[in-house]
Ligand binder design. Structure first.
Ligand code: MG
Length: 336
């Protein structure tokens, strides 16, 4: 088995601004694992606030010994091994996990979604995200999201109502909102949830600080719209901590160290009565197809990565009626 990788800079179509920061591109690692003539593809998307970079990925990968990986893959043991090398590095671990899932599908001649027990008919629509921007640019972005059936709006910079009103002036589509921990006052936040409910908002992501479960729980108990933990929920042990604090969790492969643990998180959330939104970072078709393989097991999807970038090195997967279409190809179904 042989692991190779290359750094890549993924360019965004528009500068992306949320409550805490703004950026125009995202560092990636594109990774391949070769075995018996088959190649599994993986990807790490390392958004700056998560603390990973081309350098940290290179350091981590220099310590990974691929002779540890034996087919058929024991993913519990593999994740344990990857965690034993160093804590953190979830996106880099995800790149390895995704490549091994792609490889497993190719070796078994089965699509990943089938190996994971997903029903393609249950694929949820994916939202199209617009960052914080001027009204003119917002209107333009919403128009570009044509083909999507849900718009996700980034809030939390103090002009939330104006932003929603601007979007409502161009579209009546259902909305997801993400405050990225930007709300601070409990009663103002509660009023906002009621106002957003009237505006056709379906869910709210991470309204208050991830370090303040009490305030998030208070709001969840009273909000007419589900409150979803994102920044507060990274890996498997965080799912149980979300119970009683949030109505649901946002699972992302770049937080969970890949598909295997994301799948475990989704199943655990179901047992605890938590809803699941499957989300993404700025990603190519590779990580998007990996998440799409699990999306039919989730309540909502926010997998718009490839729709927001300008230099996706892979072919765009089929997108129809606002949903990614899972194909019958072995592995992820990724086309170079
Ligand atoms: Mg979020």
């Amino acid at each position: 088995m042989q692991l190779t990788y290359s750094p890549y800079q993924l360019e965004l179509k528009h500068p992306f601004t949320i409550a805490k920061f703004s950026r125009t591109s995202t560092p990636l690692i594109l990774l391949q694992i070769e075995h018996e003539g088959y190649i599994g593809y993986g990807e790490a998307s390392m958004v700056p606030y998560m603390g990973e970079s081309h350098q940290t990925a290179a350091e981590y990968l220099s310590r990974v010994d691929v002779s540890q990986f034996r087919y058929p893959f024991d993913f519990d043991a593999i994740i344990q091994y990857l965690d034993s090398i160093a804590p953190g590095n979830p996106a880099t671990k995800a790149a390895i996990d995704i490549a091994l899932h792609d490889l497993e599908g190719k070796l078994k001649q089965q699509p990943c979604w089938e190996l994971l027990g997903s029903d393609p008919a249950k694929m949820p629509v994916t939202s199209y995200t617009v960052g914080i921007d001027t009204p003119e640019v917002l209107v333009e972005k919403v128009k570009q999201g044509d083909g999507c059936r849900v718009i996700k709006v980034k809030l939390g910079r103090g002009s939330d109502k104006e932003l929603i009103n601007t979007i409502r002036s161009v579209t009546g589509l259902p909305l997801y909102v993400d405050a990225n921990q930007g709300w601070t006052d409990l009663h103002e936040s509660l009023d906002m949830t009621h106002w957003l409910h009237e505006q056709g908002v379906i869910l709210i992501e991470q309204p208050m600080a991830k370090t303040d479960p009490d305030s998030n729980a208070w709001l969840t108990e009273r909000s007419p719209i589900p409150i979803i933990g994102d920044e507060a929920v990274q890996r498997f042990p965080d799912v149980d901590k979300a119970k009683g604090v949030y109505s649901g969790i946002n699972v992302k492969l770049m937080k969970s160290a890949g598909m295997h643990e994301a799948h475990r998180m989704i199943k655990r959330a179901g047992k605890l009565g938590l809803k699941v939104l499957i989300g993404c970072m700025s990603e190519t078709s590779c990580a998007t197809l990996a998440a799409a393989a699990l999306a039919p097991q989730c309540d909502w999807a926010d997998l718009d990565g490839p729709l927001l970038v300008s230099n996706n090195p892979f072919k765009m997967p089929r997108f129809m009626d606002g949903k990614w279409v899972l194909n019958d190809e072995p592995g992820l179904g990724l086309e170079a």
